[in-house]
Write a protein that binds this ligand. Structure first.
Ligand SMILES: [Zn+2]
Ligand SMILES: [Zn+2]
Length: 162
């Protein structure tokens, strides 16, 4: 049997998690609450059994978007991380926060009544290279001052300043 294990976390690295088991029911939720919660057109989610899920660093902050549902996010950097129905045996993680976001492809779309009207055209957009020539240091001034946590677990974070 295939061993399933996933790690992920927020942008700043204050909240990190592991799933030691399957992530099931992967979907894109287009509902208006998910759009608002992530500031995006949809939220990608998949569920882990509660016993397979562990926080490995920090604690999320929770917002009850309704009485039965709370949404976990990093209070330091604002990254949306979790979707939890109270009393459920599972917790859903936002798939863009996985260290490998390609690891769990979505299987369906939910909440399509709120799907943005141009969603079907997103794949037709022209591709653009990010050059940041507006910055005096160009793209290098972004790369060399990157404060985003890397896409793997770290023993110490933030890394000691050099
Ligand atoms: Zn964070
Ligand atoms: Zn939703």
């Amino acid at each position: 049997m295939r061993k399933l294990s996933y790690s992920g976390g927020c942008q700043c690295g204050a909240v990190r998690y592991h799933v030691d088991g399957a992530l099931e029911g992967a979907h894109l939720c287009h509902c208006r609450m998910c759009q608002k919660a992530v500031g995006n057109y949809f939220m990608p989610l998949a569920s882990a059994a509660n016993q397979a899920f562990t926080l490995t660093r920090g604690e999320p902050k929770w917002f009850h978007s309704s009485d039965p549902v709370k949404r976990g996010f990093c209070e330091n950097c604002g990254t949306p991380l979790f979707f939890k129905t109270i009393g459920s045996p599972t917790i859903a993680v936002a798939l863009g926060t996985l260290d490998d976001p390609s690891a769990v492809p979505p299987e369906r779309s939910d909440g399509i009544i709120s799907r943005v009207t141009f969603f079907g055209h997103i794949n037709e957009l022209p591709n653009n290279e990010i050059d940041r020539s507006d910055l005096s240091g160009g793209i290098e001034s972004i790369r060399s001052t990157n404060h985003q946590h890397p896409d793997h677990d770290t023993d110490n974070w933030p890394e000691a300043a050099s």
